[in-house]
Design a protein around this ligand. Sequence first.
Ligand SMILES: Cc1cc2nc3c(=O)[nH]c(=O)nc-3n(C[C@H](O)[C@H](O)[C@H](O)COP(=O)(O)OP(=O)(O)OC[C@H]3O[C@@H](n4cnc5c(N)ncnc54)[C@H](O)[C@@H]3O)c2cc1C
Length: 217
Amino acid sequence: RDRYSAQRSEPLVTMVMRDRFDHALVQHAQGLGVRVITGEAVRGLDRSVDAHGGSVIDLHTDQRRCTARAVIVADGATSPTAKLAGFVDDRQIIPALECEVWVGEADFARLQDDPRFDMDAIPHGYGWSFPKRDHLSIGVALFQKDDGDKTALKQHYQRYLQALGIQEVLRTESHGFVIPVSLRQGSLCQGGVMLVGDAAGTADALTAEGISNAILT
Ligand SMILES: Cc1cc2nc3c(=O)[nH]c(=O)nc-3n(C[C@H](O)[C@H](O)[C@H](O)COP(=O)(O)OP(=O)(O)OC[C@H]3O[C@@H](n4cnc5c(N)ncnc54)[C@H](O)[C@@H]3O)c2cc1C
């Protein structure tokens, strides 16, 4: 095989653990004066216009009602709030399976320095192995509908583990979910409600990498 190499002055990718990263973002927002309310999901959304024709949006949770002029919806791949606001959902949504995997010393020593994107790992998809401090995040994503067949993704994952040559798995924590990899076609902003991140469908269409674009939007 031909090999190509390139050098960059800045890192191309950065590895994070989502729980710590998301917590740091929340703390940063709070430091800027944002009031963060946790443990309450948005259950209802009503829109009206005021006497001057401006948007008025009422959000309901189980515990309160908030009124706003503008709402930024960042509630992820399933985006119940976009549904409540009446946005049409024509995003391409793909299944993905990722596991936090603690492997034996020899396997970790071999894989700990290189984030891998293996575009030929599985048919109609790809596999990745991202080194974290003491373990690997290993996953597979399928760029075609699995028709609800969850076993296919698991089988692809097992084959990818073999392809990586992993000999010893000590512990695994799995997270399976979906990633929208195409934008909604219509306007992402309607009547004072704006969609961002996965709710809009901003993940990269080739790699399904969605964190950077979610932050940018
Ligand atoms: C298995 C897997 C692996 C992935 N790996 C990577 C990766 O390595 N790199 C990468 O860049 N991207 C990855 N992605 C994609 C990435 O996770 C998403 O693109 C990114 O998290 C989108 O950010 P977001 O803020 O739009 O949504 P999310 O991070 O999903 O956040 C949505 C938030 O909204 C909250 N919420 C949901 N409903 C409500 C409601 N009704 N009311 C109030 N709050 C609500 C949720 O609790 C959550 O906190 C992966 C996705 C999957 C499924």
